[in-house]
Design a protein around this ligand. Structure first.
Ligand code: PEP
Ligand code: MN
Length: 338
């Protein structure tokens, strides 16, 4: 921690700041400049986290040196990307993994049909929501446990591990009993009770960025899960809310390389929710993989025009097949495989 003092601070005020810091077991180093005096605090910075240093007379600004997220920070795992295993698939290896499937599980037949189509096209995981977070309380909110049962059945048929969203801490164990990976959606990224709950389970977590969350907020949300002992976290950029109205969300492409530098956790992108339109899915997906994403999550539906949620952004089977074919070239150029 570095404390910058106000211009013209008195020696007594400097002593008072030092005493405050040293009383917590840290050492201080005072460096007197032309106009400012800077006090370096040496020792466990966490001890200062809850001290209101800005209100100590003479303090102008306070600059933490350590990251507030410890387990998620890149330093925690040196130069490696953490491998997150989901069934027999691995996020964070050389291969980019694509999870595909409908926004919502709408029934057994459509799930089986979608499962075999995306498996044949090269998807690594099957997605589908059984508990759906909907903006309106009157919209379709998922088949709940029946949807989980269908997902588990389609996994048996296709061999694809399954990822689905968990909305409520009370359902976490139930959902974990059926599927291979637990998705925390954008609307729940800062539901700390839910993060704590999935942190206690031993199931990999797909953590989506909240629509108004900074990247630091996202890493601190991951930290909640990891602090409970579950280190198997994959981050997902899915677009954020901005003043732009032309696309559903604003895809933050820079988030991908920034996160890859800042954390050792695998990072994937969701071009479906980012763009909100079928024709934007492929270009955003290519860009994400070119920028270093470890994978994508994509919505695919047998008949998007009659989908119960997110039909406009869902790809037809043929479109998904083409996406997978074209994506291989971008993955190759980024030194990855599909
Ligand atoms: C979803 O994946 O269908 C979903 C609801 O995503 P998000 O939480 O990113 O809006
Ligand atoms: Mn959706």
């Amino acid at each position: 921690m570095i404390i910058v003092t106000r211009k013209g601070i008195s020696p007594e005020e400097i002593d008072r700041i030092r005493e405050r810091v040293e009383a917590l077991g840290l050492r201080t180093h005072v460096s007197v400049g032309e106009t400012r005096t800077v006090i370096g605090c040496i020792g466990d910075e966490a001890r200062l986290a809850h001290v209101p240093l800005l209100s100590v007379p003479g303090v102008q600004s306070v600059h933490p040196v350590m990251r507030p997220y410890k387990l998620a920070a890149r330093d925690f795992n040196a130069d490696k990307t953490t491998k997150v295993r989901v069934g027999d698939r691995v996020f964070g290896g050389r291969a980019c993994l694509v999870a595909a499937g409908p926004c919502s599980v709408e029934g057994e037949a459509m799930m089986k049909e979608t499962g075999s189509a995306v498996a044949a096209a090269g998807a690594a995981l099957l997605r589908g929501g059984a508990f759906k977070p909907r903006t309106s309380p009157y919209s379709f909110s998922g088949l709940k446990e029946e949807g989980l049962r269908i997902l588990a059945e389609v996994r048996e048929e296709t061999g694809l591990p399954v990822v689905t969203e968990v909305l409520d801490p009370r359902h976490a164990e139930l959902v974990a009993g059926y599927v291979d990976m637990l998705q925390i959606g954008a609307r729940n990224m800062q539901n700390f009770a839910l993060l704590t709950e999935v942190g206690q389970l031993r199931r990999p977590v797909l953590l989506k960025r909240g629509m108004s969350a900074t990247l630091k907020d996202l890493l601190l949300a991951a930290e909640y899960v990891m602090a409970r002992g579950n280190l198997q976290v994959v981050l997902c950029e899915r677009g954020i809310r901005t003043f732009g109205k032309e696309t559903r969300n604003t895809f933050d492409l820079a988030a991908i390389p920034w996160l890859k530098r800042e954390t050792h956790l695998p990072v994937i992108a969701d071009p479906s929710h980012a763009g909100g339109r079928r024709d934007l899915v492929a270009p955003l997906g290519f860009a994400a993989v070119a920028a270093g994403a470890d994978g994508l999550i994509v919505e695919v539906h047998p008949e998007p025009e009659s989908a119960l949620s997110d039909g406009d952004q869902s790809l037809l089977f043929g479109e998904f097949e083409r996406l997978m074919r074209d994506l291989a070239a971008f993955a190759g150029a980024a030194g990855r495989s599909l």
